[in-house]
Design a protein around this ligand. Structure first.
Ligand code: ZN
Ligand code: ZN
Length: 641
């Protein structure tokens, strides 16, 4: 007899499956564990003497995951008589799993306070990869000789079976903590503990601490000196909701094994004052260094701290580092509301991946590459691969390098759109969609090719004032009015004219007078608006394309009418939501498309997205699943262009 456990898991990555396999192997329990259409199907031998014990262990130790949804179970008479083999081909960077977390704080373990703690399916594995195949000799651990205990562990069943970068205090990496006058080293449990104690005290004394974490360099500091780049690191799980207003889904996501960054509502008044906003980026400690630092800070009564991702040259009062190469991956930022979740941006967890249907070509977009391997494609940073033989290369436009004699080009928006088609296997459906990363554009897929039917109109600020005057009748009066009555604004526009490569939403933020002159600043401002409806902005279309000038002029006109900035910022997104809907509906009926797609990182915005959701209720849009909706998806779509 067999017991079948079905877990709904909406990702192609294997870390949750591998945790289950590793635990069944530990108990020597015959099983068959496989992925099928967004499900992990686990068949266990229910007559085995260790069956109950193993099942309990899985339920206690399996990490929470943002991709893990419902589960169900049933009995079956399938025969299972062997252990499921474990495959560990692509290293990821994940949070620390419950088993490793327990070991990290177990005084009797070999890894008590060892910040490099990880197993085959948790922690910073990818960080240390130099090239494929993933083996110890192809990582920065090749110079670190594993001790006998670690070696044996790597050879035995369990979570560290085939864990290529296995190490402990005995064989692992010494870390140094340097400040202006002294230097200390840690190489065993006691000295590591003291080092984190010292570091935590310094932070409490308002010092800035630069740490080479297993996810790259992070600058930690007290929340009182927070800036636009800062992310709050919530240390004390039991007090997170004292400071932040979270829905259950957000709280669970923060503590999940993926440990994403979330954009959340702030509850604490002091914090709102310091942020100059009622929203912030937040995350829960994810990797060894951050977790150990957090633990020591919590002992000092600190509930949260701020940090930002930086490079090694960043100025700090204290620096904690070690001699080992680390690959930095940009962090995962998750967008979440009650019904929908998607990855807004970032490489971590999405890459590397082994996924989708193989094609005998190379896809190249920025630093990423997609290469065929068996039935599927591998997507990752190019630097880890050697050359391979393929029939051609699809390359993101603008890249001047020649990768193949047979090379064709694609645009970022075409590739983003195609990545959603590939992820949801919509190749046999007519699809219409919008791409929003700076200037909006609209695309159509006719079951063969992707066509950019409304291309983006690149924002050009060089003749801004002159062009505004010529916009329509009466526009010259608006510009004269700005000059006479809003000299500061006029000055800002003049400055914009002289600057090169100004982005549309950067210009918008500048016109609104926001301190954070970016899309991020605009989103933050919109979140301050607590009313119901906004005002109508000019998001009209000229020659079938979004009219940047009409849009900016409309904002300025409202400023003349003393409309407050939060409502204006909010209205921008509400109007954009309506604009996208209008064009999508029109194109849908013209093309007879049946499916709708949204892509581009600017859709990761509560004000805009809730409007889109409301507007598109009848045809809920498809979005990326395993990959970010942002620019990282181009390499994926590039394969199928
Ligand atoms: Zn682990
Ligand atoms: Zn060891």
């Amino acid at each position: 007899m067999a017991f079948v456990l079905e877990l709904e898991f909406k990702s192609s990555q294997n870390y949750i499956k591998n945790q289950i396999i590793a635990i069944t192997r530990e108990f020597n329990l015959p099983s068959k564990i496989e992925n099928h259409d967004d499900k992990i199907i686990c068949v266990f031998d229910s007559e085995h003497v260790k069956f109950q014990e193993c099942l309990e262990s899985i339920s206690q130790r399996l990490p929470a995951s943002i991709f893990l949804k419902s589960s169900s179970n049933y009995e079956s008479n399938i025969e299972v008589d062997a252990l499921t083999p474990i495959k560990n081909r692509l290293p990821l960077n994940l949070g620390i799993c419950p088993s490793c977390q327990k070991e990290l704080f177990d005084v009797t373990s070999r890894r008590y306070y060892y910040p490099f703690i990880s197993c085959a399916s948790c922690g910073g594995n990818y960080s240390f990869l130099t090239q494929y195949p993933y083996l110890r000799e192809n990582t920065s651990f090749k110079f670190v000789r594993a001790c006998t205990a670690c070696e044996e562990e790597t050879q035995s069943v369990g979570l560290r079976e085939n864990h290529h970068i296995n190490s402990c205090h005995e064989c692992g990496i010494p870390v140094r903590l340097v400040n202006k006058s002294s230097e200390r080293y840690a190489n065993d449990a006691g000295s590591f503990r003291t080092m984190f104690e010292v570091a935590a005290k310094a932070l409490k004394d308002d010092k800035k601490l630069l740490i080479k974490t297993t996810f790259g360099y992070r600058l930690f500091y007290a929340h009182t000196i927070i800036n636009n780049e800062s992310i709050l690191m919530m240390i004390n799980a039991s007090k997170i909701t004292d400071y932040l207003s979270l829905i259950t889904e957000e709280f669970n996501a923060l503590l999940s094994i993926e440990r994403p960054i979330l954009y959340v509502a702030v509850k604490n008044e002091e914090l709102k004052g310091l942020l100059g906003a009622n929203t912030s980026y937040a995350k829960y400690p994810d990797e060894g260094f951050s977790i150990l630092l957090g633990t020591e800070l919590q002992k000092l009564g600190v509930d949260f701290i701020a940090y930002e991702e930086v490079d090694e040259n960043c100025d700090a009062d204290m620096k904690m580092d070690y001699d080992l190469e680390v690959n930095h991956q940009s962090d995962m930022r998750l967008f979440l509301n009650k019904d929908v979740q998607f990855i807004a941006e970032g490489e971590r967890v999405s890459l590397p991946s082994y996924n989708l249907r193989a094609k005998n070509i190379l896809s190249v977009a920025e630093d990423y590459v997609g290469i065929p391997d068996g039935d599927h494609m591998i997507f990752d940073a190019m630097e880890h691969f050697n050359s391979i033989k393929v029939l051609g290369a699809n390359v993101l436009a603008g890249d001047k390098k020649i990768y193949h004699a047979n090379q064709k080009y694609f645009s970022a928006e075409e590739a983003a759109f195609m990545s959603v088609i590939a992820e949801h296997n919509l190749f046999t459906k007519r699809c219409i969609g919008a791409y929003f990363d700076e200037e909006p554009s609209f695309l159509y897929y006719d079951m063969k090719n992707v066509l950019c039917i409304v291309p983006p109109k690149k924002f050009d600020s060089s003749n801004l004032l002159e062009n505004m005057r010529a916009l329509r009748e009466g526009s010259d009066r608006l510009v004269d009015n700005i000059k006479n009555k809003m000299p500061k604004m006029y000055n800002k526009l003049e400055v914009l004219e002289k600057r090169e490569d100004v982005k549309l939403f950067e210009a918008t933020a500048i016109i609104l007078g926001l301190e954070d002159e970016s899309m991020r600043g605009l989103v933050k401002e919109a979140m301050k608006f607590s009313g119901k409806g906004g005002i109508q902005m000019d998001t009209h279309v000229r020659d079938n394309r979004f009219d940047n000038l009409a849009f900016l002029s409309s904002i300025i006109s409202y400023q003349f009418a003393d409309v407050e900035t939060p409502i204006l910022a909010y209205s921008i997104f509400e109007s954009f939501g309506d604009y996208f809907n209008d064009i999508l509906q029109e194109l849908k009926s013209k093309t007879k498309a049946t499916e709708m797609i949204l892509c581009g990182t600017h859709f990761a915005n509560q004000s805009l997205f809730s409007r889109m959701q409301r507007n598109l209720k009848a045809t809920p849009p498809y979005m990326n699943k395993d990959y970010p909706i942002g620019r990282e998806n181009a390499v994926v779509g590039g394969v199928y262009i």
